[in-house]
Each structure stands twice: as C-alpha cells, then as structure tokens.
Write a protein that binds this ligand. Structure first.
Ligand SMILES: [Zn+2]
Length: 101
C-alpha cells in the first residue's frame, strides 16, 4: 500500500488554496530576472492569524476538493440560517404587533 492510499483524505478544510510566489535568492536562477518559483499552498487561519502550508503536487487535488466542500457547506448553512432568521424575525414581530391590539 502506498503512502497516499494510507493517508486519510480530508472531507472539509477551512481555508484557501493559493499559489505562493518567491525568489530563492540565487543570482543565477531564473527567478532573479522575474520568473518566481511557484508552489501551491493551503492558506488557513489559526486564532486570527493566517498560516501557510505548502503542498506537494499529489496533495493539491484533495485539498482543492475539501476546500470546495467546506465552502459549499458553509454557504448552505448560511443560507439556511438566513431563512430561519427571516422567518423568526417576521413571526416575533407579528406576535408583538398582535399583542399591542
Ligand atoms: Zn530561484
């Protein structure tokens, strides 16, 4: 069994898949003249601080899927909560209004 198949694949990940661009500092490197090194990374937040985890190529697809699933779940929950809030506010206001009659 390979290292990849043994690893647990995350279902949801809170964060963003980003591309880090950097210059390595070697004067002879292509990056010195404006073609920076690029590496995929997961940007995430811990206690309000942004952290970066650089990713291996074989990790990118699963991270992208987990980030997308997280975002979808959050959007679904936010939409459901907004609907509940609208209904609750309307119901409470209506009952307050009928109390005043
Ligand atoms: Zn370089």
């Amino acid at each position: 069994m390979s290292r990849l198949t043994k690893r647990k694949v995350p279902r949801v990940l809170p964060g963003s898949l980003i591309t880090l661009r950097r210059k390595c500092g070697k004067a002879s490197c292509r990056c010195a003249t404006g073609d920076p090194h690029e590496s995929p990374a997961l940007s995430y937040s811990v206690a309000g601080r942004t952290k970066m985890l650089t990713l291996r190529p074989e990790e990118v697809a699963e991270v992208a899927r987990a980030v997308a699933r997280y975002r979808m779940s959050v959007n679904d929950l936010a939409a459901e909560a907004q609907g509940e809030l609208d209904e609750f506010v309307a119901r409470v206001k209506a009952s307050r209004a009928s109390d005043r009659r």
